[in-house]
Design a protein around this ligand. Structure first.
Ligand code: NDP
Length: 460
Protein backbone atom coordinates (compact mmCIF):
# COMPACT_ATOMS: atom_id res chain seq x y z
CA UNK A 1 0.00 0.00 0.00
CA UNK A 2 1.32 3.41 -0.91
CA UNK A 3 1.78 5.66 2.09
CA UNK A 4 -0.09 8.54 0.43
CA UNK A 5 -3.10 8.75 -1.90
CA UNK A 6 -1.06 10.74 -4.45
CA UNK A 7 2.57 11.32 -5.29
CA UNK A 8 1.75 14.94 -6.12
CA UNK A 9 -1.22 17.15 -5.27
CA UNK A 10 -1.34 20.45 -7.14
CA UNK A 11 -3.49 23.30 -5.87
CA UNK A 12 -4.50 25.56 -8.75
CA UNK A 13 -5.00 24.65 -12.41
CA UNK A 14 -3.46 27.74 -13.98
CA UNK A 15 -0.42 27.94 -16.23
CA UNK A 16 2.16 26.86 -13.63
CA UNK A 17 0.09 24.19 -11.89
CA UNK A 18 -1.10 22.53 -15.08
CA UNK A 19 2.40 22.36 -16.58
CA UNK A 20 3.83 20.80 -13.43
CA UNK A 21 0.92 18.37 -13.06
CA UNK A 22 1.10 17.19 -16.66
CA UNK A 23 4.85 16.62 -16.63
CA UNK A 24 4.68 14.81 -13.30
CA UNK A 25 1.78 12.61 -14.44
CA UNK A 26 3.55 11.77 -17.71
CA UNK A 27 6.51 10.52 -15.66
CA UNK A 28 4.15 7.96 -14.13
CA UNK A 29 3.43 9.77 -10.87
CA UNK A 30 -0.05 9.65 -9.34
CA UNK A 31 -1.16 13.28 -9.65
CA UNK A 32 -4.30 15.21 -8.71
CA UNK A 33 -5.05 18.89 -9.36
CA UNK A 34 -7.65 20.92 -7.48
CA UNK A 35 -9.24 24.01 -9.06
CA UNK A 36 -11.99 26.02 -7.42
CA UNK A 37 -12.78 28.17 -10.47
CA UNK A 38 -12.36 27.34 -14.15
CA UNK A 39 -9.35 25.44 -15.43
CA UNK A 40 -6.82 27.72 -17.11
CA UNK A 41 -6.13 30.23 -14.36
CA UNK A 42 -5.68 33.96 -14.66
CA UNK A 43 -4.00 33.83 -18.07
CA UNK A 44 -6.68 31.89 -19.90
CA UNK A 45 -9.80 32.87 -17.98
CA UNK A 46 -9.35 36.48 -16.82
CA UNK A 47 -6.00 37.75 -18.04
CA UNK A 48 -3.63 37.52 -20.99
CA UNK A 49 -5.85 35.62 -23.41
CA UNK A 50 -9.20 37.47 -23.15
CA UNK A 51 -7.21 40.71 -22.83
CA UNK A 52 -5.45 40.02 -26.14
CA UNK A 53 -8.81 39.41 -27.83
CA UNK A 54 -9.96 42.77 -26.49
CA UNK A 55 -6.78 44.38 -27.83
CA UNK A 56 -7.46 42.88 -31.26
CA UNK A 57 -11.07 44.09 -31.15
CA UNK A 58 -10.10 47.60 -30.15
CA UNK A 59 -7.35 47.96 -32.77
CA UNK A 60 -9.89 47.86 -35.57
CA UNK A 61 -10.80 51.49 -34.83
CA UNK A 62 -7.43 52.64 -36.12
CA UNK A 63 -7.33 49.97 -38.87
CA UNK A 64 -10.55 51.39 -40.30
CA UNK A 65 -9.05 54.90 -40.38
CA UNK A 66 -5.91 53.65 -42.10
CA UNK A 67 -7.91 51.57 -44.56
CA UNK A 68 -9.50 54.68 -46.06
CA UNK A 69 -6.10 56.16 -46.79
CA UNK A 70 -5.20 52.96 -48.62
CA UNK A 71 -8.16 53.35 -50.91
CA UNK A 72 -10.81 51.31 -49.16
CA UNK A 73 -14.36 52.55 -48.89
CA UNK A 74 -16.10 51.43 -45.76
CA UNK A 75 -19.54 51.93 -44.34
CA UNK A 76 -19.80 53.54 -40.93
CA UNK A 77 -18.09 50.98 -38.68
CA UNK A 78 -19.89 50.05 -35.50
CA UNK A 79 -18.97 47.74 -32.67
CA UNK A 80 -21.23 45.18 -30.99
CA UNK A 81 -19.90 44.58 -27.47
CA UNK A 82 -22.32 41.73 -26.70
CA UNK A 83 -21.48 39.90 -29.91
CA UNK A 84 -17.76 40.25 -29.18
CA UNK A 85 -18.18 39.01 -25.59
CA UNK A 86 -20.11 35.96 -26.76
CA UNK A 87 -17.36 35.02 -29.25
CA UNK A 88 -14.65 35.74 -26.68
CA UNK A 89 -16.35 33.53 -24.09
CA UNK A 90 -16.74 30.74 -26.61
CA UNK A 91 -13.02 30.79 -27.35
CA UNK A 92 -12.09 30.96 -23.66
CA UNK A 93 -14.33 27.96 -22.98
CA UNK A 94 -12.60 26.08 -25.83
CA UNK A 95 -9.14 26.87 -24.45
CA UNK A 96 -10.16 25.94 -20.90
CA UNK A 97 -11.46 22.65 -22.32
CA UNK A 98 -8.07 21.99 -23.94
CA UNK A 99 -6.39 22.43 -20.55
CA UNK A 100 -8.79 19.88 -19.06
CA UNK A 101 -8.17 17.42 -21.90
CA UNK A 102 -4.41 17.83 -21.62
CA UNK A 103 -4.53 17.08 -17.91
CA UNK A 104 -6.68 14.02 -18.51
CA UNK A 105 -4.50 12.78 -21.37
CA UNK A 106 -1.47 13.05 -19.12
CA UNK A 107 -3.25 10.91 -16.55
CA UNK A 108 -3.76 13.58 -13.88
CA UNK A 109 -6.99 13.64 -11.90
CA UNK A 110 -8.88 16.94 -11.84
CA UNK A 111 -10.93 17.87 -8.80
CA UNK A 112 -13.27 20.86 -8.94
CA UNK A 113 -12.95 22.13 -5.39
CA UNK A 114 -11.08 24.54 -3.19
CA UNK A 115 -8.20 22.74 -1.51
CA UNK A 116 -7.15 23.54 2.01
CA UNK A 117 -4.07 22.19 3.76
CA UNK A 118 -4.75 20.44 7.05
CA UNK A 119 -1.07 19.60 7.55
CA UNK A 120 2.00 19.21 5.32
CA UNK A 121 0.65 16.05 3.65
CA UNK A 122 -3.13 16.32 4.03
CA UNK A 123 -5.52 18.31 1.87
CA UNK A 124 -9.19 18.91 2.53
CA UNK A 125 -11.34 19.28 -0.58
CA UNK A 126 -13.78 21.88 0.66
CA UNK A 127 -17.43 21.06 0.00
CA UNK A 128 -16.58 17.55 -1.25
CA UNK A 129 -16.49 15.93 2.16
CA UNK A 130 -13.17 14.43 1.15
CA UNK A 131 -9.65 14.53 2.53
CA UNK A 132 -6.65 13.24 0.61
CA UNK A 133 -2.96 12.80 1.33
CA UNK A 134 0.00 13.42 -0.94
CA UNK A 135 3.73 12.94 -0.69
CA UNK A 136 4.43 16.24 -2.43
CA UNK A 137 2.25 19.32 -2.67
CA UNK A 138 2.57 22.14 -5.19
CA UNK A 139 0.77 25.42 -4.59
CA UNK A 140 0.00 27.33 -7.78
CA UNK A 141 -3.00 29.45 -6.86
CA UNK A 142 -1.82 32.61 -8.62
CA UNK A 143 -2.85 36.12 -7.67
CA UNK A 144 -5.89 38.33 -7.60
CA UNK A 145 -6.53 42.05 -7.89
CA UNK A 146 -5.57 44.13 -4.86
CA UNK A 147 -7.97 46.87 -3.76
CA UNK A 148 -7.64 49.61 -1.14
CA UNK A 149 -10.52 48.24 0.95
CA UNK A 150 -10.69 51.30 3.21
CA UNK A 151 -11.37 53.80 0.41
CA UNK A 152 -14.80 55.41 0.59
CA UNK A 153 -16.99 54.05 -2.20
CA UNK A 154 -14.65 51.16 -3.05
CA UNK A 155 -17.72 48.92 -3.42
CA UNK A 156 -18.59 50.85 -6.62
CA UNK A 157 -15.35 50.06 -8.47
CA UNK A 158 -14.55 47.05 -10.61
CA UNK A 159 -11.27 45.24 -11.22
CA UNK A 160 -9.88 43.62 -14.34
CA UNK A 161 -11.82 40.45 -13.41
CA UNK A 162 -15.11 42.22 -14.09
CA UNK A 163 -13.86 44.25 -17.06
CA UNK A 164 -14.10 41.09 -19.17
CA UNK A 165 -17.83 40.76 -18.52
CA UNK A 166 -19.29 44.28 -18.47
CA UNK A 167 -22.94 44.09 -19.39
CA UNK A 168 -22.69 47.20 -21.55
CA UNK A 169 -19.80 49.12 -23.00
CA UNK A 170 -19.63 52.29 -20.88
CA UNK A 171 -19.49 55.76 -22.43
CA UNK A 172 -17.05 57.08 -19.81
CA UNK A 173 -14.51 55.20 -17.80
CA UNK A 174 -11.98 56.11 -15.10
CA UNK A 175 -9.06 53.73 -14.71
CA UNK A 176 -6.88 53.98 -11.61
CA UNK A 177 -3.25 52.81 -11.78
CA UNK A 178 -0.29 53.20 -14.06
CA UNK A 179 0.84 49.60 -14.43
CA UNK A 180 0.37 46.94 -17.10
CA UNK A 181 -3.33 46.40 -16.53
CA UNK A 182 -4.34 50.06 -16.24
CA UNK A 183 -2.43 51.04 -19.37
CA UNK A 184 -3.64 48.09 -21.43
CA UNK A 185 -7.29 48.58 -20.49
CA UNK A 186 -7.07 52.35 -21.07
CA UNK A 187 -5.96 51.68 -24.65
CA UNK A 188 -8.48 48.88 -25.17
CA UNK A 189 -11.50 50.86 -24.01
CA UNK A 190 -10.37 54.02 -25.83
CA UNK A 191 -10.10 51.99 -29.02
CA UNK A 192 -13.63 50.71 -28.45
CA UNK A 193 -14.89 54.29 -28.31
CA UNK A 194 -15.02 54.85 -24.55
CA UNK A 195 -14.04 58.22 -23.11
CA UNK A 196 -11.13 57.14 -20.84
CA UNK A 197 -9.38 58.96 -17.99
CA UNK A 198 -6.31 57.29 -16.49
CA UNK A 199 -5.50 58.35 -12.93
CA UNK A 200 -2.01 57.50 -11.70
CA UNK A 201 -0.27 58.60 -8.51
CA UNK A 202 3.25 58.65 -9.96
CA UNK A 203 5.09 61.14 -12.19
CA UNK A 204 4.67 58.83 -15.16
CA UNK A 205 3.04 55.53 -16.09
CA UNK A 206 4.74 52.11 -16.06
CA UNK A 207 7.29 52.46 -13.28
CA UNK A 208 10.14 50.06 -13.90
CA UNK A 209 10.14 50.52 -17.68
CA UNK A 210 12.68 52.74 -19.41
CA UNK A 211 11.97 56.46 -18.93
CA UNK A 212 12.00 57.18 -22.67
CA UNK A 213 9.49 54.37 -23.17
CA UNK A 214 7.25 55.63 -20.37
CA UNK A 215 7.22 59.21 -21.65
CA UNK A 216 6.74 58.08 -25.25
CA UNK A 217 3.78 55.85 -24.48
CA UNK A 218 2.10 58.44 -22.24
CA UNK A 219 2.40 60.94 -25.10
CA UNK A 220 0.99 58.47 -27.64
CA UNK A 221 -1.91 57.62 -25.33
CA UNK A 222 -2.73 61.30 -24.92
CA UNK A 223 -2.53 61.77 -28.71
CA UNK A 224 -5.20 59.08 -29.00
CA UNK A 225 -7.42 61.08 -26.67
CA UNK A 226 -6.85 59.26 -23.39
CA UNK A 227 -6.93 61.75 -20.54
CA UNK A 228 -3.81 60.88 -18.50
CA UNK A 229 -3.85 62.44 -15.03
CA UNK A 230 -0.48 62.01 -13.31
CA UNK A 231 0.38 62.74 -9.69
CA UNK A 232 -3.21 62.10 -8.78
CA UNK A 233 -5.19 59.47 -6.92
CA UNK A 234 -8.63 58.62 -5.63
CA UNK A 235 -9.89 60.01 -2.35
CA UNK A 236 -13.34 58.52 -2.80
CA UNK A 237 -15.74 57.16 -5.37
CA UNK A 238 -19.27 58.49 -5.19
CA UNK A 239 -22.39 56.98 -6.75
CA UNK A 240 -24.74 59.58 -8.19
CA UNK A 241 -27.94 59.48 -10.21
CA UNK A 242 -25.95 59.75 -13.45
CA UNK A 243 -23.16 57.33 -12.66
CA UNK A 244 -20.01 57.50 -10.58
CA UNK A 245 -17.78 60.39 -9.58
CA UNK A 246 -14.07 59.92 -8.85
CA UNK A 247 -12.94 62.44 -6.26
CA UNK A 248 -9.21 62.91 -6.75
CA UNK A 249 -6.42 64.50 -4.76
CA UNK A 250 -6.29 68.26 -5.29
CA UNK A 251 -10.08 68.48 -5.54
CA UNK A 252 -10.50 67.23 -9.13
CA UNK A 253 -13.69 65.30 -9.93
CA UNK A 254 -14.16 63.03 -12.91
CA UNK A 255 -17.53 61.57 -13.84
CA UNK A 256 -17.75 58.09 -15.29
CA UNK A 257 -20.06 55.14 -15.83
CA UNK A 258 -17.42 52.63 -14.73
CA UNK A 259 -14.41 53.05 -12.42
CA UNK A 260 -11.80 50.32 -12.81
CA UNK A 261 -9.01 49.95 -10.25
CA UNK A 262 -5.80 48.27 -11.41
CA UNK A 263 -3.49 48.97 -8.50
CA UNK A 264 -1.55 45.74 -8.51
CA UNK A 265 -2.26 42.13 -7.62
CA UNK A 266 -1.70 40.08 -4.50
CA UNK A 267 -0.82 36.43 -4.00
CA UNK A 268 -3.93 34.30 -3.58
CA UNK A 269 -3.21 32.52 -0.32
CA UNK A 270 -6.50 33.10 1.50
CA UNK A 271 -8.09 29.99 2.95
CA UNK A 272 -5.24 27.70 1.85
CA UNK A 273 -4.43 26.56 5.38
CA UNK A 274 -0.77 27.54 5.00
CA UNK A 275 -0.48 28.16 8.72
CA UNK A 276 -1.58 24.58 9.46
CA UNK A 277 1.15 23.20 7.22
CA UNK A 278 3.68 25.75 8.52
CA UNK A 279 4.33 27.40 5.13
CA UNK A 280 5.95 30.82 5.47
CA UNK A 281 5.12 33.97 3.54
CA UNK A 282 7.24 36.92 2.57
CA UNK A 283 5.41 40.20 1.85
CA UNK A 284 2.16 38.27 1.54
CA UNK A 285 3.48 35.78 -1.05
CA UNK A 286 4.80 32.25 -0.50
CA UNK A 287 8.53 32.29 0.15
CA UNK A 288 10.46 29.81 -2.00
CA UNK A 289 14.07 28.96 -2.90
CA UNK A 290 15.53 28.70 -6.39
CA UNK A 291 13.87 25.24 -6.77
CA UNK A 292 10.48 26.73 -5.78
CA UNK A 293 10.60 24.80 -2.50
CA UNK A 294 8.93 26.43 0.51
CA UNK A 295 10.30 26.22 4.05
CA UNK A 296 8.32 22.94 4.38
CA UNK A 297 10.36 20.14 2.78
CA UNK A 298 7.51 18.50 0.80
CA UNK A 299 5.69 21.67 -0.32
CA UNK A 300 6.57 23.80 -3.34
CA UNK A 301 4.99 26.88 -4.92
CA UNK A 302 5.23 28.35 -8.42
CA UNK A 303 3.80 31.31 -10.33
CA UNK A 304 2.19 34.51 -9.09
CA UNK A 305 1.53 33.09 -5.62
CA UNK A 306 5.31 33.41 -5.09
CA UNK A 307 5.42 36.97 -6.51
CA UNK A 308 8.74 36.57 -8.35
CA UNK A 309 8.09 37.68 -11.94
CA UNK A 310 4.33 37.56 -12.41
CA UNK A 311 4.16 36.45 -16.03
CA UNK A 312 2.57 33.33 -17.53
CA UNK A 313 5.68 31.96 -19.27
CA UNK A 314 7.62 32.36 -16.02
CA UNK A 315 5.01 30.34 -14.09
CA UNK A 316 5.16 27.66 -16.78
CA UNK A 317 8.95 27.46 -16.58
CA UNK A 318 8.89 27.37 -12.78
CA UNK A 319 6.32 24.55 -12.90
CA UNK A 320 8.38 22.65 -15.47
CA UNK A 321 11.59 23.10 -13.47
CA UNK A 322 9.84 21.74 -10.37
CA UNK A 323 8.63 18.66 -12.28
CA UNK A 324 12.08 18.05 -13.81
CA UNK A 325 13.69 18.24 -10.40
CA UNK A 326 11.22 16.13 -8.48
CA UNK A 327 9.94 13.61 -11.03
CA UNK A 328 12.69 13.24 -13.64
CA UNK A 329 15.76 13.26 -11.37
CA UNK A 330 17.04 16.32 -13.20
CA UNK A 331 17.60 19.20 -10.74
CA UNK A 332 16.50 22.31 -12.62
CA UNK A 333 16.05 25.95 -11.68
CA UNK A 334 14.55 28.67 -13.85
CA UNK A 335 16.82 31.62 -14.53
CA UNK A 336 14.80 34.78 -13.80
CA UNK A 337 17.38 37.02 -15.51
CA UNK A 338 16.66 38.68 -18.89
CA UNK A 339 12.98 37.77 -19.00
CA UNK A 340 11.38 39.87 -21.73
CA UNK A 341 8.02 41.47 -21.13
CA UNK A 342 5.33 43.10 -23.21
CA UNK A 343 2.67 45.67 -22.53
CA UNK A 344 -0.21 45.36 -24.98
CA UNK A 345 -0.83 49.06 -25.10
CA UNK A 346 -1.38 50.89 -28.41
CA UNK A 347 1.35 51.19 -29.56
CA UNK A 348 2.62 48.15 -27.66
CA UNK A 349 5.83 47.80 -25.68
CA UNK A 350 8.40 45.03 -25.84
CA UNK A 351 11.29 45.22 -23.42
CA UNK A 352 14.14 42.99 -22.36
CA UNK A 353 17.03 43.69 -20.02
CA UNK A 354 17.83 46.89 -18.22
CA UNK A 355 16.34 50.32 -18.61
CA UNK A 356 18.85 53.14 -18.99
CA UNK A 357 18.22 54.24 -15.39
CA UNK A 358 18.63 50.70 -14.04
CA UNK A 359 21.91 50.28 -15.91
CA UNK A 360 23.28 53.59 -14.62
CA UNK A 361 22.14 52.85 -11.06
CA UNK A 362 23.88 49.48 -11.25
CA UNK A 363 27.09 51.37 -12.02
CA UNK A 364 27.35 50.62 -15.74
CA UNK A 365 28.73 53.30 -18.04
CA UNK A 366 26.41 53.14 -21.01
CA UNK A 367 25.92 54.38 -24.53
CA UNK A 368 22.38 54.94 -25.66
CA UNK A 369 21.01 54.39 -29.14
CA UNK A 370 17.59 55.89 -29.62
CA UNK A 371 15.30 56.28 -32.58
CA UNK A 372 11.80 57.76 -32.78
CA UNK A 373 10.03 57.64 -36.09
CA UNK A 374 6.74 57.20 -37.90
CA UNK A 375 6.38 53.73 -39.43
CA UNK A 376 5.86 53.68 -43.20
CA UNK A 377 2.33 52.31 -42.86
CA UNK A 378 1.51 55.45 -40.91
CA UNK A 379 3.35 57.96 -43.05
CA UNK A 380 1.39 56.74 -46.07
CA UNK A 381 -1.90 57.04 -44.20
CA UNK A 382 -1.10 60.37 -42.59
CA UNK A 383 -1.16 58.92 -39.08
CA UNK A 384 0.95 60.56 -36.40
CA UNK A 385 1.69 57.52 -34.21
CA UNK A 386 5.40 57.17 -33.65
CA UNK A 387 7.52 54.17 -32.82
CA UNK A 388 10.47 54.21 -30.44
CA UNK A 389 13.47 51.92 -30.39
CA UNK A 390 16.20 52.13 -27.77
CA UNK A 391 19.33 50.16 -26.97
CA UNK A 392 21.30 50.44 -23.73
CA UNK A 393 24.89 49.38 -24.42
CA UNK A 394 27.65 48.92 -21.86
CA UNK A 395 30.74 50.95 -22.73
CA UNK A 396 33.89 48.89 -23.18
CA UNK A 397 32.33 45.41 -23.40
CA UNK A 398 29.78 46.74 -25.93
CA UNK A 399 27.30 44.27 -24.44
CA UNK A 400 23.68 45.21 -25.04
CA UNK A 401 22.13 45.46 -21.58
CA UNK A 402 18.65 46.50 -22.63
CA UNK A 403 16.46 46.63 -25.71
CA UNK A 404 13.18 48.57 -25.74
CA UNK A 405 10.65 48.80 -28.52
CA UNK A 406 7.42 50.79 -28.62
CA UNK A 407 5.61 49.84 -31.81
CA UNK A 408 2.53 47.91 -32.89
CA UNK A 409 4.64 44.74 -33.17
CA UNK A 410 6.92 45.56 -30.23
CA UNK A 411 6.09 42.32 -28.35
CA UNK A 412 6.74 40.18 -31.46
CA UNK A 413 10.03 41.97 -32.15
CA UNK A 414 11.27 41.67 -28.59
CA UNK A 415 10.82 37.89 -28.51
CA UNK A 416 13.64 37.58 -31.06
CA UNK A 417 15.79 40.31 -29.53
CA UNK A 418 15.49 38.51 -26.18
CA UNK A 419 17.31 35.48 -27.56
CA UNK A 420 20.29 37.59 -28.54
CA UNK A 421 20.37 39.53 -25.28
CA UNK A 422 20.08 36.33 -23.23
CA UNK A 423 23.11 35.04 -25.16
CA UNK A 424 25.04 38.20 -24.26
CA UNK A 425 25.09 39.83 -27.68
CA UNK A 426 27.38 42.83 -28.25
CA UNK A 427 26.58 45.90 -30.32
CA UNK A 428 29.13 44.99 -33.06
CA UNK A 429 27.54 41.51 -33.38
CA UNK A 430 24.10 43.08 -33.45
CA UNK A 431 25.19 45.57 -36.13
CA UNK A 432 26.75 42.79 -38.21
CA UNK A 433 23.22 41.46 -38.70
CA UNK A 434 21.85 42.63 -42.02
CA UNK A 435 18.56 44.53 -41.96
CA UNK A 436 15.29 43.06 -43.23
CA UNK A 437 13.76 45.67 -45.48
CA UNK A 438 11.24 47.29 -45.46
CA UNK A 439 10.36 46.63 -41.85
CA UNK A 440 10.02 48.65 -38.70
CA UNK A 441 12.38 46.30 -36.88
CA UNK A 442 15.27 47.00 -39.26
CA UNK A 443 15.82 50.21 -37.32
CA UNK A 444 17.17 48.00 -34.52
CA UNK A 445 20.27 47.05 -36.50
CA UNK A 446 20.82 50.34 -38.29
CA UNK A 447 21.26 52.69 -35.32
CA UNK A 448 24.86 53.96 -35.46
CA UNK A 449 24.70 57.39 -33.82
CA UNK A 450 24.96 57.51 -30.05
CA UNK A 451 22.16 59.41 -28.39
CA UNK A 452 23.25 62.26 -26.15
CA UNK A 453 21.37 61.38 -22.97
CA UNK A 454 18.94 63.95 -21.69
CA UNK A 455 18.35 63.73 -17.99
CA UNK A 456 14.87 62.27 -17.89
CA UNK A 457 15.34 61.71 -14.17
CA UNK A 458 16.14 58.55 -12.33
CA UNK A 459 13.57 55.79 -12.39
CA UNK A 460 10.85 56.95 -10.03
P1 NDP B 1 1.39 46.79 -11.60
O1 NDP B 1 2.20 46.39 -10.44
O2 NDP B 1 1.94 46.66 -12.97
O3 NDP B 1 0.92 48.30 -11.42
C1 NDP B 1 0.24 48.72 -10.28
C2 NDP B 1 -0.04 50.20 -10.42
O4 NDP B 1 -0.86 50.62 -9.36
C3 NDP B 1 1.23 51.02 -10.40
O5 NDP B 1 1.10 52.04 -11.33
C4 NDP B 1 1.24 51.53 -8.98
O6 NDP B 1 1.85 52.78 -8.86
C5 NDP B 1 -0.23 51.70 -8.69
N1 NDP B 1 -0.54 51.59 -7.27
C6 NDP B 1 -0.20 50.60 -6.43
N2 NDP B 1 -0.71 50.83 -5.20
C7 NDP B 1 -1.38 51.99 -5.27
C8 NDP B 1 -2.12 52.76 -4.33
N3 NDP B 1 -2.26 52.36 -3.08
N4 NDP B 1 -2.69 53.90 -4.76
C9 NDP B 1 -2.54 54.31 -6.04
N5 NDP B 1 -1.86 53.63 -6.97
C10 NDP B 1 -1.28 52.49 -6.60
O7 NDP B 1 0.02 45.98 -11.42
P2 NDP B 1 -1.13 45.59 -12.43
O8 NDP B 1 -2.31 45.44 -11.56
O9 NDP B 1 -1.21 46.52 -13.58
O10 NDP B 1 -0.64 44.18 -12.96
C11 NDP B 1 -0.25 43.16 -12.05
C12 NDP B 1 0.82 42.29 -12.62
O11 NDP B 1 0.24 41.43 -13.58
C13 NDP B 1 1.91 43.03 -13.39
O12 NDP B 1 2.92 43.51 -12.57
C14 NDP B 1 2.41 41.97 -14.32
O13 NDP B 1 3.35 41.19 -13.64
C15 NDP B 1 1.16 41.16 -14.61
N6 NDP B 1 0.56 41.55 -15.91
C16 NDP B 1 1.29 41.38 -17.04
C17 NDP B 1 0.77 41.72 -18.25
C18 NDP B 1 1.58 41.53 -19.48
O14 NDP B 1 2.52 40.75 -19.45
N7 NDP B 1 1.27 42.20 -20.59
C19 NDP B 1 -0.57 42.29 -18.39
C20 NDP B 1 -1.23 42.45 -17.13
C21 NDP B 1 -0.68 42.10 -15.95
P3 NDP B 1 3.43 52.94 -8.61
O15 NDP B 1 4.07 52.67 -9.90
O16 NDP B 1 3.54 54.34 -8.14
O17 NDP B 1 3.78 51.93 -7.55
Amino acid sequence: MAEYDYDLFVIGAGSGGVRAARLAAISGARVAVAEEHRVGGTCVIRGCVPKKFMVYASEYASHFKTAKAYGWTLGEPSFDWSAFLAEKDKEIARLSGIYVTNLQNAGAELVHAKARLLDAHTVELVGKDRTVTAEKILIATGGRPWLPRGLEGIEHVITSDEAFHLERLPKRMVIAGGGYIAVEFACIFKGLGVDVTLVHRGPNILRGFDDHVRAHLAEEMEKKGINVLLGSQHEKVEKTASGLVSHLTGGARVEADVVLFALGREAYVEGLGLEKAGVELTDGAIAVDAYSRTNVANIWAVGDVTNRINLTPVAIREGAAFAQTEFYGNPTTFDHEMVASAVFSQPAIGAVGMSEAEARHAGHKVDIYLSRFRAMKNTFAGGDERALIKLVVEQGSERILGCHVVAPDGPEIIQMAAIALKMGVTKPQWDATCAVHPTLAEELVTMREKHVPQELGAAA
